[in-house]
Design a protein around this ligand. Structure first.
Ligand code: TXA
Ligand code: MG
Length: 340
């Protein structure tokens, strides 16, 4: 298949909107990461998302809308906390899980009785949905298991030849996917942290909880609330290990590991001033907000550079720690060395 690469002009977005409404797949920028969209009401198109990504069919998709009124026909009812979070955080980098209406096909919700709803604030995404005139089902636009794409070139790398169209809207603002919150009951539960943090949610609803699977590996006997929690995720080709603790101890441990792996091409991902004698040393930023923003991009850069092993520092404690931990642990397949 020939994949059209379009810019973000109004004319291009109209063309991409038509591709969507007629059953094609379009990758598009959002404020979090790039999404791989299909008309949420067209079952065949939605099935093609799973094929293009190689995504397991039991992992449900987020349905994207371009205004709040569109949500009503997609859900059965809204709990009070759903109403509060819609009012406070939409449009924005949040996804709310609600009970689904019969407008949502089981292919979209992967057989669940709920649906994930997101109203992005990125202008290109909103215009595209408006031109498509339908809600847009969209997971992140990476091959299943790979780091989420934060720039069009990542999407081109993973999806060229597999989908009808890619809209190049430059680098994504957040660089990490939306915060997923289950609002089917009166107490919201975070299923996936993002740049809207637990603290942000507790300012509005103090009882907000975090699902136990957010920071731990899901065992094969578990049925997590969010099916995506159980799959290998965000993994580059390089083998990633997280080293967690105080900056000094982390540095000491990574230096030891580098010596032990002298025969391999090693990379280090830093969030400090620590210096390393490795093949590739890439900075993820100065704090966990920057880390969350840069993580996926850097992981892809290690692959481009040919790193076989990556040691990732985790040594800053701030309100975005949970978000970075959640993604980093997964990209490392939960290989974490604590040096506290
Ligand atoms: O920022 C984002 O959320 C991006 C952009 C494109 O909007 N999308 C994204 O989609 O990250 P995806 O499919 O890569 O991740 C969606 C996550 C998965 O872990 C999935 O299992 C979960 O949301 N999810 C979707 N529907 C759900 C539902 N009904 N109940 C629980 N979890 C759900
Ligand atoms: Mg994804």
């Amino acid at each position: 298949m020939n994949t059209k690469i379009l810019n973000t002009s109004d004319e291009s977005l109209k063309e991409a909107g038509k591709i969507l409404s007629s059953g094609g797949l379009v990758a598009f920028p959002t404020e979090t990461v790039y999404g791989l969209g299909a008309n949420a009401f067209c079952t065949e198109a939605v099935k093609n998302i799973f094929k293009a990504k190689g995504r397991p069919s039991d992992n449900p998709l987020i349905v994207h809308v371009s205004d709040k009124a569109m949500i009503d026909e997609l859900v059965l009812d809204k709990t009070n906390c759903a109403k509060i979070l819609i009012e406070k955080f939409m449009p924005g980098p949040i996804t709310l899980i609600m009970k689904k209406s019969d407008k949502i096909d089981d292919v979209v919700s992967a057989g669940l009785k709920t649906v994930a709803i997101r109203f992005p604030e990125n202008n290109v995404a909103v215009k595209l949905i408006e031109y498509a005139k339908v809600p847009v089902a969209a997971p992140s636009a990476n091959l299943s298991g790979k780091p989420s794409p934060t720039e069009a070139r990542h999407v081109i790398e993973d999806m060229r030849g597999r989908i009808e169209c890619i809209i190049d809207g430059g680098a994504c603002f957040a660089g990490v996917e939306s915060t997923v919150v289950d609002v089917t009951e009166e107490i919201p539960v975070i299923l996936r942290p993002g740049i809207i943090t637990l603290e942000d949610l507790r300012e509005v609803i103090p009882e907000t909880k975090v699902d136990k699977h957010v920071l731990k590996a899901v065992s094969v006997t578990d049925t997590p609330k969010s099916p995506g929690m159980k799959y290998k995720h965000y993994a580059p080709d390089a083998d990633v290990t997280v080293i967690e603790g105080s900056s000094e101890k982390v540095a000491k441990k990574i230096r030891e590991l580098l010596l032990e792996n002298k025969d391999k091409k090693c990379g280090v991902l830093t969030v400090s001033d620590n210096e390393y004698d490795a093949n590739f040393v890439f900075s993820a930023g100065r704090d966990n907000k920057e880390y969350a923003h840069n993580l996926f991009t850097r992981l892809r850069e290690f692959d481009e550079a040919g790193a076989e092993i990556v040691f990732a520092e985790l040594c800053v404690d701030d309100k975005f720690l949970m978000t970075v931990k959640n993604r980093l642990y997964k990209s490392a397949g939960n290989k974490v060395i604590y040096v506290k």
